[in-house]
Design a protein. Structure first.
Length: 369
């Protein structure tokens, strides 16, 4: 609840209980998984080209080498973006930073929703009528609907998330939906090995950023400004005229018993008020959804269940560790356990020779699927 909250709603407040934590992660995972199935299915249908989603990577291919380089590319973008945000935040350019966030959120929200709405009819057509096609006029209707809904959704997301002009539950709901869409598209448009390398790479970056990098610096600046704001409020008193001042009588014993204002005590009281709650950033939630979606469309349903269990257990473990330190990176433990369980379940089925429902056996060294 610090100074950085002026930038908008980019986190979700959750109670520090296992069930309370599991529910929003489950909602984000399920929604992200469903959206991934729709878009992934569309690009694998005749209407979508039948060759799978185009890879959103600067280096073609999905060999271990190219996947590692693509992961470095995304980690580099994350570092540069976070460092730029820190500099703007440090020099107090809040309006500039909010405008930057508004443009970024608007563009990504529009693209995500437009593609999802446009893909859905073709996905379900391919399921219920394989090989069927829409008429040209119907295609234009679908395009128009997707365009209008995408623009409206983008505008409402900016109003809710960045400028917080809606009620608090709505702003947090829109933030969760933004994380859903972000996780969906990362899982869908990154090739298999690149997805794994990106999740691992950004988890490592999360550790560095929280303990040594931009996130730590932003938190320090936020705390410093909160302290300055509190001290300024303490020092601000109403002016007293000379006639009023001469009539004021204060007993000596009252002065001796009046405690001196203590900013640390006041801030501790505020922290105690929120001691039962935790704020999960949108980046953490987006990658939770990405991991579940990746496991679902690349490894199968059973692996996705394993990934979900790993994410929830890891998130709860992170909260327990947070009770001992001031800040903890949200990704490493959850993503690590999620990947281990997802691949563990997949490996068990693969070794057992299982090839039934809910299992996918990908070619790991092929080009982007």
């Amino acid at each position: 609840m610090g100074y950085a909250s002026q930038l908008g709603t980019f986190s979700v407040t959750i109670k520090k209980k296992f069930i309370s934590l599991s529910i929003p992660i489950m909602i984000i995972s399920v929604l992200s998984g469903l959206c991934s199935i729709i878009i992934f299915g569309y690009f694998n249908s005749d209407a979508g080209g039948g060759e799978g989603p185009p890879p959103a990577t600067p280096i073609p291919g999905d060999s271990p080498g190219s996947a590692a380089l693509n992961a470095l590319f995304y980690v580099g973008i994350a570092f540069i973006g976070a460092f730029a945000i820190f500099l703007i935040f440090k020099y107090g350019k809040i309006k500039l930073l909010k405008a930057f966030f508004a443009v970024a959120v608007a563009i990504t929200s529009f693209f995500f929703v437009f593609l999802l709405i446009y893909s859905a009819p073709y996905f379900f057509l391919d399921i219920f009528l394989p090989g069927g096609v829409f008429q040209v006029s119907t295609d234009w209707v679908i395009f128009s609907i997707a365009l209008v809904i995408g623009l409206a959704y983008a505008a409402f997301t900016v109003i809710s998330m960045v400028y917080t002009l809606t009620a608090e539950p709505i702003s947090q709901m829109m933030a969760m939906l933004f994380a859903v869409l972000a996780g969906t598209f990362l899982a869908t448009f990154l090739p298999m090995l690149a997805s794994v390398f990106v999740m691992i790479g950004l988890s490592i970056y999360d550790i560095i950023s929280v303990f040594k990098g931009p996130i730590k610096k932003i938190a320090e600046v936020s705390d410093e400004r909160e302290n300055e704001k509190y001290q300024k409020n303490l020092s601000t008193t109403a002016p007293v005229s000379e006639t009023e001042e001469s009539e004021i009588t204060v007993p000596v014993e009252d002065i001796s018993e009046t405690p001196e204002p203590n900013i640390d005590t006041a801030l501790a009281d505020v922290e105690y008020e929120y001691a039962d709650y935790i704020e999960l950033g949108l980046g953490d939630l987006a990658f939770f959804g990405m991991l579940f979606s990746f496991a679902l469309i690349r490894l199968g349903f059973f692996s996705a269940i394993g990934a979900f269990i790993g994410v929830v257990v890891g998130a709860f473990g992170t909260i327990k560790l947070l009770e001992k330190v001031q800040m903890m990176p949200g990704l490493p433990l959850s993503i690590g356990l999620g990947l281990i369980l997802a691949f563990g379940v997949w490996g068990i089925f693969a070794l057992a020779g299982y090839s039934g429902w809910g299992f996918i056996n990908p070619d790991w060294l092929s080009l982007a699927v």
